[in-house]
Design a protein around this ligand. Structure first.
Ligand code: PHE
Ligand code: FE
Length: 287
């Protein structure tokens, strides 16, 4: 059941008028800092989306933002109270509505955040929704999410979201770039994800991604790199996940330090070196 002040689909009024000058100044601080960091690091389609949406003045009014966004791809941004149940979330995505929180992080938590806020949700996620292929991917993900619930495979599909929409990297002719919102909205991780020698970077592989649990409490140890948005959409949309879910039932989950013979390593990283885990567990060697 949605909270008493929310609609049946869990949406609430954003109450844009309730943001104070301090909120807007804090948004501008975060926005300016990220944009400085992201030139040459974010995928060009994201930076183009930021330009198109024009949200540098302060916390955006979702209604006006949605107007600009809908003109491009038909997506809207709707306000929700923080996290919503999975099926509600998928249902919104399947209908081209991006659910965003309205709360802005406090002045003492500009760098590290326990739960997503409006800066992560809107600055991180919304610009790429101006890109037609990515816009289609996220809608298809929502439809696939509703389907995954029926297969009891939600945890597997959630990993796909994590390693693409939240923490995805993309190969471009100029080098690796960021497209995942969890990185794009983080000052520390936008440098770490591309430049740190610690994390491992592997070419995107759908089945591999769905076997890999993720950590939510620190920078990632492992990133997956897509070749292009077209390639990502193609691989996910044209694959029927039902047989994949069935196969995954029988396969063990991987740890971030495991390497498969089929993994295409982009950068090996030092993941696992410090923790003393084997980098290739015997159970995973080809037989
Ligand atoms: N093709 C997937 C399925 O059969 C759905 C999906 C599409 C999931 C795009 C993610 C992204 O369930
Ligand atoms: Fe997010």
């Amino acid at each position: 059941m949605p909270p008493p002040d929310a609609a049946a689909d869990w949406t609430i009024p954003q109450r844009w008028d309730a943001y104070t000058p301090q909120h807007h100044a804090r948004w501008r601080f975060l926005y300016d800092r990220q944009l400085r960091l992201l030139s040459g690091r974010a995928v060009p389609e994201f930076l183009e989306g930021v330009r198109l949406l024009d949200m540098g003045e302060g916390v955006p009014d979702f209604a006006r933002l949605s107007e600009r966004l809908a003109k491009r791809t038909g997506w809207h941004v709707v306000a929700v109270p923080g996290l919503v149940p999975e099926d509600v979330f998928f249902h919104h995505l399947a209908h081209r509505r991006f659910p965003a929180g309205t709360f802005l992080r406090g002045p003492h938590e500009l760098d590290y955040l326990e739960a997503p806020d409006v800066f992560h949700d809107v600055f991180g996620h919304v610009p790429l929704l101006t890109h037609p292929v990515f816009a289609d991917y996220l809608q298809a993900y929502g439809q696939g999410g509703l389907r995954s619930i029926r297969f009891g495979a939600l945890d597997k599909l959630a990993r796909l979201y994590w390693y693409t929409v939240e923490f995805g990297l993309i190969a471009t002719p100029e080098g690796l770039r960021i497209y995942g919102a969890g990185i794009l909205s983080s000052a520390g991780e936008s440098r770490y994800a591309l430049e740190s020698p610690i994390p491992r970077r592997l070419a995107f592989d759908l089945e591999r991604v769905m076997r890999t649990p993720y950590r939510i409490d620190s920078f990632q140890d492992l990133y997956f790199v897509i070749a292009s948005f077209d390639d990502l959409l193609e691989r996910t949309l044209r694959t029927d996940f039902a047989p994949l879910y069935a196969r995954l039932e029988a396969l063990p989950d991987l740890s971030v330090t495991d390497l498969l013979p089929t993994d295409r390593i982009i950068e090996a990283g030092r993941t696992g070196a410090a923790s003393g885990h084997p980098t290739c567990s015997p159970a995973l060697l080809p037989n």
